[in-house]
Design a protein around this ligand. Sequence first.
Ligand code: SF4
Length: 407
Amino acid sequence: MDEALNRKLRILADAAKYDASCASAGAKKRKAGPNGLGSTSGNGICHAYTPDGRCVSLLKILLTNYCLYDCAYCINRRSSNVERARFAVNEVVRLTIEFYKRNYIEGLFLSSGIIRSADYTMEQMILVAKKLRKDEGFAGYIHLKTIPEASPWLIEQAGLWADRLSINLELPTQESLKAYAPEKDSASITRAMGQMGERIAESRAEKSRHARKFAPAGQSTQVIVGADATNDADMLATSARLYDSYALSRVYYSAFSPIPEASSALPAKPPPLQRENRLYQADWLFRYYGFAVDEIASGGEGGMLDLEIDPKLAWALKNRDRFPVDVNMADREALLRVPGLGVRAVDRIIAARRHATLRLDDVARVCAGLKRVRPFIIAADWRPTAETDRADLRQRLAPQPTQLSLF
Ligand code: SF4
């Protein structure tokens, strides 16, 4: 790769790293041996999960980090004193194909600062995807960041070439958006999400095998956590509304990280990283475990999630009257609320109890650890005693600081 292109890649991959909406995951570094191909390290390579659960490596870059807008929280904002660069459309196509052939990546995540106009920028990004698909026959994964102010026709085009589209909400409330990103318009964001949501649903309902699919991997968004004063309850209520109204595949929570020469309106320190983790756990609870948002986070604690224990355990400890739950009798909804039992474990319990009365050992076989489950269940040979039910249960079940808690 020539020096000029290498410089652009360094700048524009670094500028893209703040965007979590492609599901960057902390995959371990992996490098092929002398006879192999591929590596998970290198400029701008991140990881994302496809709808069928595969982890794919993506080239994650911006088309340019020049931007007409001046969003206070963004390193690429107009007033930011950063080194700027811009890829030509053909350069992104070339990089993607070269990296793909070398087995470094399986797809592309492309975002951009806004140059000239929303439409012009969107056209350039669409051109990259179209060239990859039409000229290069590229069948890999493409995720395009959509610019909400772009015309509906361009958003339609983007969805026909990309697997996934996303629009970053960035800030969870209209007031915060006004304060920190005054050039952005929350109405345009929700309008574009609405358009994409309708087209995705329409496309999924289309039975013809010949019809072109619109964003088959759905749409996602990112919300920054801790840049403004929004509490977790309001953040989760916003996410629940987005899932319901626009059929989003994912809302990504990205802990605010202070940027160089940041606006004085922004906090000097990032929020605790655990806050981001707890929001993801809470998000799963209302999407897959039947919890309502106000059961998980409410005004009672200032609307903030407990950082020490996961939200499911926090709910169970506050609602001891709902336990113990009999694993041989309880319905699926009640079992899903037991700390330590995930969706798969619950389904396996329900399948197994059709053939036998379950004992504690049977439950142990389907869950990750009995310690968290035991105080909350009844089995054929088990009922919590005063010993397991002691007042210091929270302390005994709270993970050690280095331990990640499991549902
Ligand atoms: S429009 Fe996007 S790239 Fe431009 S300053 Fe705002 S967040 Fe940053």
